[in-house]
Design a protein around this ligand. Structure first.
Ligand SMILES: Cc1ncc(COP(=O)(O)O)c(C=O)c1O
Length: 496
């Protein structure tokens, strides 16, 4: 068995002991400190007695007390205190808390925290060449990464690579590329989409107002159509997928006739699985419909796989199932397993229309991040990660469906959906009717999971919890996470 696997199963045994512990709840000084500058969030937490404490917890606490209040207050966080270590599917905090991580740092550490091979490759690269600057010279990991990505592209036409640091930058680059090569301005994005926090990315983000509230004017020339998700279409919950697809394609047709003519429209940007908008896979027929419209009208199709890509859905790319050819494919997050790297991938026929020097960036395609990403690709093969995703996907769905069917849950889970290990549970929330879960259900369930030793996130403006466990998670850890979730849901419903 691989060393990391052995370590991870040993840790998972330790973890389960800590969750089952009946020790009294402790209130750490660190949490008290946190409460002093986040007074609205009073919580109790159950701590592990078996975790590694920071060797210098006292000075870390002093640091937290003194530097913590200087962290920008607009940065939201789901836990307090200092995370000191990540190992496989677990993270440790300086006060002894240990959590099973079903967030992967929002879909990033997909091969588990501090994967020994990936971190090892980065460390080795650090001792050779940290930075070469892509406008000065190419380095070996840059080229190796291209070599590793070419065979897994969802379409062989995707043969031109530009690496950057974040998902938002990839979105910016794609918009720039689309405008530059088409000579057209307008971009169509989806209601509910999330593409990032920089100005162009914010402009095409339509999942929550908080991301751009009070920051106008945003980049102009952005138009939206609904994503085939019943909420976004204002249609009943049981609307058949074909009808949602037809509705959205019809809206696109109208948009191109009424608001942005094809000759003014540079690109359509879409997440093949809506991420921050609720973890909703787009029907293949919808993606195929977009492809057709783009091809007919010389509009570029930008597929944003920043969250859904790199194996998250059980294939390297979520778009593959539809057979749709992206004109531009965006990747980030899982590509570096925590080392910052993103990719804008297109075909040479498109990229060659841009002037030399129009793309670049100080840290674009950093050597250490590229070396980590090369090792990520190797690890997928060596550890049969995609096979694990398929196996764990079945277990996750069956556990969540069992919660949905549980009598104690009283039919208050409307939906269990997703692909691979990008899965969501949507709770019933009907403003006017009777069929509603207790107020703030998803937030309360997430908080209860955290109290029980598992990090998990909500998503969207609806009552949705998302599951983003590591792609190489063990069967035992998956079962443990599902158990924690089931208990949390039932407890919140009982509390009302
Ligand atoms: C689909 C999608 N696109 C773009 C981004 C922005 O990526 P980043 O946060 O790395 O800028 C995200 C981040 O969550 C995302 O999910």
């Amino acid at each position: 068995m691989h060393r990391a696997r052995i370590a991870s199963s040993r840790l998972s045994r330790l973890g389960s002991k800590c969750f089952e512990s009946k020790l009294p709840r402790l209130q750490s000084p660190l949490i008290r400190a946190a409460a002093s500058f986040e007074p609205s969030r009073s919580r109790t937490m159950q701590f592990s007695t078996t975790t590694t404490r920071s060797t210098d917890a006292k000075s870390l606490q002093d640091l937290y007390d003194t530097a913590g209040p200087h962290v920008h207050p607009a940065l939201g966080r789901i836990t307090e205190g200092v995370m000191t270590k990540g190992h496989g599917s677990y993270v440790d905090y300086s006060d002894g808390r240990r959590y099973l991580d079903f967030t992967c740092g929002i879909g990033v550490t997909n091969l588990g925290h501090a994967h020994p091979k990936v971190s090892g490759a980065a460390a080795e690269q650090c001792m050779n060449l940290v930075h070469s600057q892509c406008s000065i010279a190419l380095h070996e990991p840059y080229l190796r990464l291209i070599e590793g990505l070419i065979p897994i592209m969802p379409d062989p036409s995707l043969d031109s690579f530009f690496f950057w640091n974040s998902g938002s930058e990839a979105v910016e680059g794609a918009i720039k590329m689309a405008r530059s090569v088409t000579g057209k301005q307008n971009i169509i994005s989806m209601q509910g989409a999330y593409h990032g926090r920089t100005y162009g990315a914010m402009a095409v983000t339509k999942s929550k107002t908080i991301y751009s509230e009070g920051t106008a004017p945003l980049m102009p020339g952005v138009f939206t159509i609904p994503y085939p998700y019943w909420h976004q279409c204002g249609l009943p919950r049981d609307t058949p997928t074909e009808d949602l697809t037809a509705h959205c394609l019809n809206q696109l047709d109208l948009l191109l006739k009424q608001q942005t003519a094809p000759q003014d429209t540079a690109a359509i940007i879409i997440e093949p699985v809506l991420g921050e908008g609720g973890y909703v896979p787009a029907p293949s027929a919808f993606l195929q419909g977009l492809r057709e419209v783009c091809t007919q009208n010389d509009i570029l199709l930008i597929i944003d796989e920043v969250q859904s890509g790199m194996g998250r859905t059980g294939d390297y790319w979520a778009i593959s199932e539809s057979g749709v050819r992206p004109d531009i494919l965006l990747t980030a997050k899982g590509l570096g397993n925590g080392f910052p790297i993103s990719g804008i991938i297109t075909r040479t026929e498109i990229s060659s229309k841009m002037k030399k020097g129009s793309m670049g960036g100080t840290y674009a395609g950093n050597a250490v991040s590229c070396a980590a990403a090369v090792e990520v690709l190797k690890t997928f093969k060596r550890e049969n990660v995609l096979v694990n995703v398929k196996q764990r996907e079945k277990e996750l769905f069956s556990a969540l469906k069992a919660v949905q069917a549980d009598q104690g849950v009283k039919g208050l889970i409307w939906d269990v959906r997703g692909k691979g290990l990008m899965v969501a549970v949507e709770f019933a929330k009907n403003e006017r009717g009777k069929e509603s879960v207790p107020k703030d259900m998803s937030k309360r369930v997430a908080q209860k999971c955290i109290d029980k030793g598992m990090l998990i996130l909500t998503t969207s403006v609806f009552e949705v919890i998302r599951f983003i466990p590591p792609l190489n998670i063990t069967k035992e850890d998956m079962a443990k996470g599902c158990q924690i979730f089931a208990e949390a849901v039932k407890e919140v419903i009982r509390e009302g």
